[in-house]
Design a protein around this ligand. Structure first.
Ligand code: ZN
Length: 350
């Protein structure tokens, strides 16, 4: 599974993709940029038109560029969606992966009628843009079965080789306990089993714990911006889902590092800790942010590497309950592991 790191071009630090940067992380195979970071910023668009996206950001060969249509942020910001601007940006920037120009993301609390209205709007974009090479998108939630039927019909018209699966994050955050969240595991599984040969990308589920779920269920790629968001709030990630606050900013509160964790951190192999140690992680300003973000992304990459080794050698099922320190996620991963161990039945994928 590929881990795609979400970047923010208003503050493109740390430049983990750049071999000449001190925060280079060669183990990260791709980055996701958002069209929302270009729409309305003429100088950035001009630079991309003149230099090309890869040379503008100094992205080396072998690192994939995923584009996010930015529809969610554009709508949140109160701006109108501009499908033709998105199309011309795709043409000038030639990203490796680009979804349909707009999607309408449901929320678990929305009534069925509203979710169906959004499903129809997203589906119209799938049908219009998939034949032009844009990647269709489906959403978790009550309309997922309809989405999958629609993709099956669509694939008779145009070959569907890639798919984006979104809207999972609000379901994962919803409520307490694991029960409501097992639906997300079942939704991913439903998509995976129905489309075994399609490369499926899971939007926004590249967190330390969700990485486990995505890898166990056989998704092809996931992205996350959590490594940056946490760093901005003074938080570092530890292996096995732990978030620890190392620099107190504003009103953010969280669990501090224990003595054992502090000692363990001295042996962290990430480029930031190797250079400046725990002191660097605790710094303020852009340097502290870059150190924490690099550390967090490195932790995610190491977590994924271990998951894949253990899934391949058969030791995963014994390892993860010891490794993960969050009860809710242990239950969810257990559910995913158990489901994957069973052969698909007609009832399960229907
Ligand atoms: Zn580190």
């Amino acid at each position: 599974m590929r881990l795609i790191a979400g970047v923010n071009l208003r503050n493109p630090v740390p430049r983990f993709w750049d071999p000449e940067d001190a925060h280079h992380l060669p183990q990260i195979g791709g980055l996701m940029i958002s069209f929302a970071d270009f729409l309305g910023y003429q100088s950035r668009i001009k630079a991309v038109r003149e230099k090309g996206l890869r040379s503008y950001l100094r992205i080396p060969e072998g690192v994939e560029v995923f584009l996010d249509n930015g529809a969610f942020h554009t709508l949140m910001r109160g701006d109108a969606l501009d499908a033709s601007a998105y199309r011309s940006f795709v043409e000038m920037s030639s990203p490796d992966w680009f979804p349909i120009p707009a999607e309408y993301i449901p929320h678990p609390r929305m009534p069925r009628k509203e979710q169906e209205r959004l499903f129809k709007k997203t589906t119209a974009y799938n049908w219009r843009y998939a034949p032009k090479g844009y990647i269709p998108v489906v959403h978790a939630g009550m309309c997922l079965p309809k989405f999958l039927d629609s993709i099956e019909r669509l694939s008779r018209k145009t070959e569907v080789t890639h798919l984006g699966l979104g809207a999972m994050v609000p379901f994962l955050l919803r409520g307490k306990g694991a029960d409501g969240r097992t639906q997300v595991v079942d939704d991913i599984l439903r998509v995976r089993r129905r489309l075994p040969d399609v490369r499926i990308h899971g939007f926004g589920i590249g967190g330390t714990a969700t990485l486990h779920i995505a890898a166990v269920l056989g998704l092809d790629s996931v992205d996350s911006s959590g490594w940056r968001n946490r760093a901005a709030r003074g938080i570092i990630q530890l292996r096995g889902t732990g978030d620890r606050i190392v620099a107190a900013f504003g009103s953010w509160r969280g669990r501090a590092l224990s003595l054992v964790e502090k000692r363990g951190l001295k042996h962290c192999g990430c480029p930031a800790c190797l250079r400046n140690g725990t002191k660097g992680l605790e710094s303020g300003g852009i340097d502290g942010f870059a150190a924490r973000a690099t550390h967090n992304l490195w932790v995610l990459a190491s977590e994924l590497q271990d998951i894949e080794i253990r899934l391949a050698n058969g030791s995963y099922a014994d390892w993860f309950p010891e490794h993960i320190d969050n009860r809710i996620f242990i239950k969810l991963i257990e559910h995913a592991v158990n489901e994957m161990a069973q052969p698909a039945t007609a009832a399960k994928v229907a």
